[in-house]
Design a protein around this ligand. Structure first.
Ligand SMILES: Cc1cc2nc3c(=O)[nH]c(=O)nc-3n(C[C@H](O)[C@H](O)[C@H](O)COP(=O)(O)OP(=O)(O)OC[C@H]3O[C@@H](n4cnc5c(N)ncnc54)[C@H](O)[C@@H]3O)c2cc1C
Length: 385
């Protein structure tokens, strides 16, 4: 046996799962196919404090490139809803390395340049076949990202709605003072079907701009190209230097489905758990449950289902409400989106707090009080589109 637990992929979810399992006494081997942690980087480049709070982590200045005050949600005709909430533009390579170094200090055996090819059940053990040989463990955690080959090899349908993966492209761009504003900007509407285009200031002259779409194929390039031209006009830019292009899939509304079986747990993007903070928290839960199962000598699906129960208790409502929200948005016309945003424009929304269900109720009550007829716009969800 090479370790109690083998974790596949040094993703935010995998790093946390490895750390928590190790801290609870399991021996953990973390296998990562990249030669260097965080290189090439994943396109994710920012998060809000609320997301990090969920996993009890604090942003570290070593990877923060720019501090944000909040976000603006901008409708097709330019109506703005402003939400004050601290956020961070990050250097994702430094972020990954920060956590990799931290978790190695807890005793995790992190090995790079090892690509996992297959997982075979061998009685009570697993044989993990890799580019450098076979490793054996009692339990395997799969955290190999959105295109999880390992989960599909095992026949796990990890997402309820895989057709709803959002495909996105992020450009790192540069123009004079482009990185100085303190607000992240989300542009919603049918120029980006199913989700958004973005502008994330990254300090000085640097920024990231992106386009994310759903049900439009895996290549968001046409939407991104149109966004670049629109963005230049909006910001009065004649030139925009493009430094780097990164792309990928984000399971923002796919909802986790089948992510546990005997001796196997799937976590992070691979399990339809989107976002750095959410993936990290899911990793923590997964790592804790895995170590407990090893301690009790029972890695059956039933024993591991504590991972599902805890995750559902913390995030199920939020994920379901998020899906309903983005599905409604995908089906709305630009005019309906404008009318919806108008209800919240220039309003102080700081009264919204509590659990996601409480927040949804508060928003519902606010609409009813301010403009009851606006509720009617949400019938778009029922459209067959
Ligand atoms: C374009 C884009 C932009 C995004 N921006 C943001 C953002 O700004 N903020 C945010 O919170 N979220 C963002 N997301 C979502 C977020 O990035 C992911 O949900 C988050 O990174 C979770 O990633 P993960 O833990 O599932 O895995 P990943 O970060 O994808 O990591 C998977 C790891 O597994 C390794 N691996 C894969 N296969 C193998 C194998 N066979 N053997 C060994 N190792 C393997 C990979 O090399 C990689 O290191 C974005 C997503 C996309 C697509």
């Amino acid at each position: 046996m090479d370790a109690d637990i083998i974790v596949i992929g040094a993703s935010p979810a995998g790093l946390m799962a490895a750390r928590n399992a190790c801290e609870k006494g399991s021996s953990v081997l973390l296998l990562e196919k990249k030669e260097e942690i965080g290189n090439p980087p994943h396109p994710a480049n920012s998060f809000f404090k609320g997301m990090l709070d969920k996993c009890g982590e604090v942003a570290d200045p070593s990877y923060v490139v720019h501090y944000l005050k909040g976000m603006q949600i901008i409708s097709p005709s330019g109506r703005i809803v402003e939400v004050e909430t601290p956020g961070y533009a990050i250097d994702k390579t430094k972020f990954d390395r920060f956590y990799a170094e931290k978790i190695m200090k807890t005793g995790v055996d992190l090995r790079k340049s090892i690509e996992v090819h297959d997982i075979l059940r061998d009685g009570e053990k697993f044989s993990v076949n890799t580019s450098t040989g076979v490793f054996r463990s009692k339990l395997v955690i799969i955290s190999d990202g959105i295109n999880s080959k390992m989960a599909s090899i095992l026949g796990l349908n990890t997402m309820k709605h895989p057709e709803d993966i959002a495909w996105g492209i992020e450009l790192e761009v540069r123009a004079r003072d482009l990185g100085k504003p303190k607000m992240f900007e989300y542009y919603i509407g049918n120029h980006a079907p199913g989700w958004k285009t973005t502008y994330s200031p990254r300090g000085g002259d640097n920024a990231a701009i992106g386009a994310y779409v759903r049900r439009c194929g895996k290549d968001a390039t046409p939407y991104l190209n149109a966004w670049v031209e629109k963005f230049k006009k909006l910001k009065g830019l004649e030139e925009l230097e493009i430094l780097r292009t990164l792309s990928g899939g984000d399971p923002i509304v796919t909802l986790p489905n089948e992510y546990i079986t005997d001796g196997i747990m799937v976590v992070g993007g691979a399990a339809g758990q989107s976002g750095i903070g959410y993936a990290m928290r899911a990793g923590q839960i997964c790592g804790d449950v895995a170590a407990d199962a090893i301690g009790k000598g029972d890695v059956s699906k039933n024993a591991l289902s504590e991972y599902r129960k805890t995750w559902e208790k913390e995030f199920r409502a939020e994920h379901y409400l998020g899906r309903i929200g983005l599905e409604t948005l995908r089906k709305m016309t630009d005019r309906e989106i404008d009318e919806m945003v108008a209800v919240f424009e220039k309003e102080d929304l700081s009264f919204i707090h509590g659990s996601s269900v409480e927040q949804a109720m508060q928003v519902f009550a606010f609409i009813l009080k301010k403009k009851p007829s606006a509720i009617w716009k949400y019938r778009a969800l029922l459209r067959n589109k």
